[in-house]
Design a binder for this molecule. Sequence first.
Ligand code: MIG
Length: 822
Amino acid sequence: MEENIPSTEPIPESPAVKLTEQEEEVFQHINNPVLGLKPIVKKYLGTPKSVEQKENKFFFSDGEATVEVTVVTDEIIKVRMAPHGVFLEEFSYAVPKLNTKVSVFHLHDNADEYRISTNTVNCHINKADFFISFSDSQNHVTSADAVQMHWEENVKFGGYYVFGTKVCHSKEAFFGLGDKPTDLNLRGKRFVNWNTDAYSFAWNQDPIYRSIPFYISLNEGISHGIFFDNTFKAHFDFGAEDRSKTSFWADGGELQYYYIHGPNMMDVVKRYHLLTGTHPMPPLWALGYHQCRWSYYPESKVMKVAKGFRENQIPCDGIYLDIDYMDGYRCFTWNRKYFPDPKKMIKELAADGFKTVVIIDPGIRVDDNYSVFKEGKAKRYFCRRSDDYFMEGHVWPGRCQFPDFTNPEVREWWGTLFDELVQIGVAGVWNDMNEPAVFGAGTFPDDVRHQYDGYRGSHRKAHNIYGMQMVRATYEGMRKLMKNKRPFTITRAGYSGVQRFTSVWTGDNVASWEHLRLGNVQCQRLSMSGIPFCGTDIGGFSGEPDGELFTRWIQMGTFSPFMRAHSAGDTKEREPWSFGEPFTAINRKFIELRYKLIPYLYSTFWEHHRYGFPILRPVVMQEQEEINNQARQDEFTYGDKILVCPVMEPGQKSRLVYLPKGNWYYYWDNEMVEGGREVEVATPLETIPLFVKAGSVIPEYPVMQYVGEKEIEEVQLNVYYSDLPANSFFFEDYGETFAYEQDIYSEKKFVVSGKGTSMTILQSMEGLYTPRYDNYAFSVAGLPFKPVKIIADGKEVTEFTYTEQKVLEFKFTKTFKHIEVM
Ligand code: MIG
């Protein structure tokens, strides 16, 4: 009975988050025979009465509830709350290992507050009301509770809804949350995280495939992040219900979040990666162009498409087999009628430079003659309902059971199932339907049990991480089987940290101009939410693009970290040459540009992997102090050097593009343009607005039909003059092994600086890898003087040309240290 006695605590006025009316009804004691019971109310922390310290953790109690504050690093503070003082064992799929790296921190205790301070951040616990806030070393408050952390009985669940509510400032903007199909700034909106198969999703539809409970706040030029690491169905409200409050809450689990200090958005993203990890270096070929379709079959069709690329001289590295390659959609089998000898086919494809990627879904057909099912059944690897029967649902193979990927033993087993695929030469695996998607019901029932790496959970808790654990099992298994080679994986569903195992695509989009625009925002958002290797289905999955839309999409896709065209089965052919001229030629030109820029993209990937930088960067990340940038979502930079503005309207002849401050060069003619303003740029079908930042060194490879087609004989370095010194990086390695983990790579840093009548290029090197080519071919644009002399490492370079377009061209050894152009 204890539990049913309503609280006598005063109810604070205007609780921050109200449930919708329909939800509220459900929480009345409808069946309770005791008359006069009050409805269930939210409970709020009282006042902190005590503090206890254990190493870097502080525990504050109001007599009943406990708040734990952990100093993770100088800039990251973790907060947890236990309504009755009992915390769950610490375990997180997102943060596999909490690396606490903090040197000094202190607890201050005065009449008004407890304050925990590191060198950069203060966490204040207010004694009067238990409000928690954060400030920087100049005492500027960056984040503050608007009400106490609170909770409410979840009667269906027998646990609690948990809530955190922060002050939302009038000009505060919000970014992040993964793949939400809406404007970049999330201000004024409300979201749910619950992985959902969202075929042909629409602008503002929510939720869709992924759950990334991480947002970035930007208020008056100062940024911080909140990572609400809770895998239950979670909700975010960015000043939607009450303009002065930002709330996040979940249907169960713990109120547990990380405050991530800025002040730069870039710092917040990097620190989020410190918690959740970065993407491993992808195999170099995966940065090429990929061609997909539901489905290319039989074998002759696959070979014809592959040949089409080589005949049309359009580069391509990856070709995909969607579900029809399987025997009755049974994972790890082949339809022998369509694919009589997959090993031979994959070998032939490989000989022509194509990597084969196959789809693998989670649903395993219930069929006692099917080895995967038999083994999974015998070992009890499939998910069970709480009444102990195996959970069944219908997906493509018919009646299916589903491996419990939250069980490490199941993941291990799943990983071994790729043995044959790896042996016959499959280079990548595509995990689809892993929200998990089930026909009819949408997903698993809530009562399905999961092993959850020994920490147990129902589907309520495991739903949002199911897909991530599937692709993790796939990635780890492939990695073992491929020995030291990098596997390529791609997933539809995911949770924070999924980037440690895989790339993603944005799911079943539509062949429309609106979706092109949406894809642009989604990729930028995924990038700033910790998922760097992302792309859209180029052309749109469902529906029919015309040549113009397809070409505009190829142009945008050239600057998506992941570049793949894909289409549903009931659509017309969708290869880059399917629309005839002039489209084919333009598509070829852009895919070639993709390949030329591979060393630049790869270097950007390294900056991501090693330092936690995103690959795509919205302009607001470059100039967060510029308030108008909060609303800019068309233009972005690819790495930090190339500004891209896709064309997202039919028939568009020109458009305005905002260039952040500094000097830029128009990519197509090297004309210098001053930034810090909007410029009008012509947008004929042949081009999109592309600008390179002054001072950049952009490495280019020669165009190849696939990565590794030819030995690279020299690397072109496109240098763009700047008055101010600017750094660039150039990363290279073998491109297919994990040797970079043992320092077998080459990281080069260039510094370009000009003085009006001369310019220097410096190079420094790190790492143990030596590329086989000898020379760089320099191509220097934007010199404000006519070059007459080049001194490289003390020697004069006498052979050079200065073209009519005012580009200086010369060659010099790749090991140079100092070049001066006068
Ligand atoms: O129920 O495998 O998003 O890319 O082609 C549809 C068939 C299942 C959904 C994926 C899509 C894929 C399709 N899949």
